[in-house]
Design a protein around this ligand. Structure first.
Ligand code: CAA
Length: 259
């Protein structure tokens, strides 16, 4: 099996397990990690002995703490839009439309691009220490990997609007109550719970499941995703974005001028 720099892959009883493995950066998604995830997902999807894919994060602290802020903080608006477009094409839209069901096993922080990866997955379960949120507006930007669309699709517009505008995280119990996840278990039991869920999925027709994924996804229009990419790019031209990202790396509170 191919060795990757930022992820690990393994197979067990017709399950493909992908672990995002940049623990020092809380598994933040840089360009290379997105490319590797694309490749691993594509390979598992093409392998017909693999019936379900589980995606999780390494360590006990984070699933994924978002897109890699240090990678994009000096991007211009064109590069910002391209980041969103490329990421959506390679990972987020790709996962959502994969024929093989994907379970996100959320083992800790799932923030920004991390929650967006979980939202694009077909099923989401979490450990009891998990924290979920879309904190982008606290950085002077908006979710750019489909979060403005998929969060509202899954938990409703009102709750999505509140989560995105406050930038606050919610815990696993609240996420369960919102329908953002469907199961909460102690952290030590998370992978077993994901594998049990995978076993349940495997009882059914893979062909019919791939048709069901396609049919369910067909309800949602793509227009909003284009608006999101445009506005994500535009945000890179604002003083607030420069201040928000600088404040993150300098570990201080951002002072937004609204410009
Ligand atoms: N990008 C890059 N590096 C990140 C990161 C991210 N999203 N999240 C955490 N890290 C890094 C930190 O900079 C830190 O690195 P150093 O040790 O080199 O300083 C390391 O991971 C550990 O993080 P902290 O010291 O901050 O850990 P903490 O326990 O104090 O806080 C946290 C944990 C609350 C998750 C905090 O790290 C945090 O707020 N992270 C950023 C979350 C965020 O804003 N995500 C959205 C990103 S933007 C996005 O995703 C855009 C999009 O939609 C396309």
């Amino acid at each position: 099996m191919r060795t990757y720099q930022n992820i690990t892959t393994e197979t067990e009883s017709a399950i493909g397990i992908i672990t995002i493995n940049r623990p020092k950066q809380l598994n933040a998604l840089n360009k290379e990690t997105i490319a590797e995830l694309h490749e691993a997902l594509d390979n598992f999807n093409k392998d017909k002995t693999i019936r379900v894919i589980i995606v999780t994060g390494s360590g006990e602290k984070a699933f994924v703490a978002g897109a890699d802020i240090k990678e994009f903080m000096y991007f211009n608006p064109v590069q910002g839009r391209e980041l969103a477009a490329k990421g959506q094409e390679l990972l987020f839209d790709f996962v959502e439309n994969l024929e093989t069901p994907v379970i996100a096993a959320i083992n800790g922080f799932a923030l920004g691009g991390g929650l967006e990866l979980a939202l694009a997955s077909h099923i989401r379960i979490a450990s009891d220490n998990a924290k979920m949120g879309l904190p982008e507006v606290s950085l002077g930007v908006i979710p750019g990997y489909g979060g403005t669309q998929r969060l509202a699709q899954i938990i409703g517009k009102g709750r999505a609007m509140e989560m995105i505008l406050t930038a606050e995280m919610i815990n696993a119990d609240k996420a369960l109550n919102y329908g953002l996840i469907t199961e909460v278990v102690p952290q030590t039991e998370l992978i077993t719970a994901a594998k049990n869920k995978a076993q349940k999925l495997m009882k059914n027709s893979p062909k019919a499941q791939s048709f069901a994924i396609k049919a369910i996804n067909a309800t949602y229009t793509k227009a909003g995703f284009e608006v999101e990419k445009d506005l994500f790019g535009q945000a890179f031209d604002t003083e607030d974005f420069k201040e928000g990202t600088a404040a993150f790396v300098e570990r201080r509170k951002a002072e937004f001028a609204g410009k």
